[in-house]
Write a protein that binds this ligand. Structure first.
Ligand SMILES: [Zn+2]
Length: 421
């Protein structure tokens, strides 16, 4: 048994088997395969179960043992020298969107399994266990809460409430967990030495810069609003322009200003107005009311707060200028997440050690890592995806990038183990 060789001393040793990883990604994609080349393994479905069974077959053959908790999160463990100490945990999710791709989530789970296999291939014994986490219902498409399993694990969502969530056919999470036999005794919030999630970027930044590795420093915070303007309905013909109280004019001016708020808050600011509705639905009446949704994002919470104040101000200004009423409600708030600085540096060092060009990047999408970060030192590794596409059956990554990301995951895990030795 070799005693956890450092990737710095053995640069050529710290590599995964890219062919094995790729062929497993393709095998997993066959479960719930869609016509257009994607995957449909929605949370707690028979296909989600089949995906887990295939994964467990591989993990068990690799010498791991499995447990689940009361929300069906699956933890697969490769023992270490001391099994009383908290494990180093790698993971993601195996459930997909209804028209999902082959890599979202799956890549992080099978990349983690590839780390286990690579340690086995080299007979590397680690000082503490290596664990793979497969979180339940990350996508939130069938049961309408995303990152459900990790949120319950972290204590951010209540188990009893989650068990009552129903899909469109009225079937509850609790019923499905029982039917599939996913309920186990593993404790929520168990200690982790570190949590590292490997994932596709789901955006265009890495591809555009030709960097194969993104070192993820955190996740954007978001605020969702419903904004409405109220005016006075009037006939489109006889009513002169200057006497109208037209909420469409307030909308036009507010939209202009909202895009200005995004521009004023730097390259990471995002403002997405959508879901426009007008009432009454008529082509020849000045609307009585127009409402729309607004999604605001930024990785820094003070900047996001400042965007919130600016949007509130421009909405009331637009209403006042056009003699309309206005209302804003906040529908959702998710605080920005800063990942563990030490772990972020280790990922960067591992990528550099492999000779892979990399950049620090902020995630625009939420991940299980957001909730795990409230309990354990956490960070993420991104690889580029073709045309930035995700939540799409055409989602694609190159086999070479898949291998590089898993190489960095392995290298980072070895650095964490070195620190724990
Ligand atoms: Zn995902």
């Amino acid at each position: 048994v070799i005693d956890h060789p450092s990737p710095d001393n053995l640069p050529s040793a710290a590599r995964v088997n890219g062919d094995r990883l790729w062929s497993r990604l393709m095998d997993m994609a066959e479960i719930g395969a869609t016509q257009a080349g994607g995957s449909n393994r929605q949370a707690l479905s028979d296909d989600d179960q089949a995906g887990r069974e295939l994964f467990l077959e591989w993990a068990t053959s690799a010498g791991c043992h499995a447990t689940t908790d009361k929300v069906g999160n699956l933890f697969v463990t490769r023992p270490g020298r001391s099994n009383d100490d908290p494990p180093v945990v790698l993971g993601s999710h195996l459930d997909t969107q209804p028209t999902g791709g082959r890599f979202d989530g799956v890549y992080g789970v099978l990349g983690a399994l590839e780390v286990v296999e690579s340690l086995n291939d080299r007979n590397i014994e680690t000082p503490v266990p290596l664990q793979i986490a497969v979180w339940t219902n990350e996508e939130g498409s069938r049961f309408p809460v995303s990152m459900m399993g990790s949120a319950v694990w972290a204590g951010s969502l209540d188990l009893a409430e989650v068990l009552c969530l129903r899909d469109t056919e009225g079937i509850s999470v609790g019923t499905e967990l029982d039917r599939l036999g996913w309920v186990g005794e593993a404790p929520f919030g168990h200690p982790m030495a570190a949590y590292i999630e490997l994932h596709i970027e789901q955006g265009p930044i890495l591809e555009a810069s030709s960097d194969p590795i993104g070192v993820v420093t955190g996740v954007q915070g978001l605020r969702w609003y419903t904004i409405s303007f109220a005016g006075s309905p009037a006939h489109a013909g006889p009513t002169p322009m200057d006497v109208r109280q037209d909420p469409a004019r307030a909308l036009a001016s507010a939209l202009q200003s909202i895009y200005g708020v995004a521009a004023d808050h730097g390259p990471w600011a995002r403002a997405t107005p959508a879901q426009f509705r007008s009432f009454p639905v008529s082509p020849n009446t000045v609307p009585a009311e127009i409402s729309f949704s607004l999604d605001l994002r930024h990785p820094d919470s003070q900047t996001l707060d400042s965007m919130d104040r600016a949007v509130t101000a421009v909405v009331s200004e637009a209403a006042r200028t056009h003699q309309c009423g206005s209302a804003i409600t906040v529908d959702n708030y998710s605080a920005p997440v800063d990942f563990d600085a030490g772990l972020v540096s280790m990922i960067e060092a591992a990528a550099n050690g492999c000779g892979f060009p990399n950049q620090r990047i902020v995630s625009g999408a939420g991940h299980d890592a957001c909730y795990v970060a409230t309990k354990a030192p956490t960070a993420m590794i991104f690889v580029p995806c073709e045309n930035g596409l995700s939540h799409n059956e055409a989602e694609s990554i190159s086999a070479l990038d898949a291998q590089r990301g898993a190489d960095v995951l392995l290298g980072t895990a070895l650095k964490v183990f070195d620190e724990l030795a």
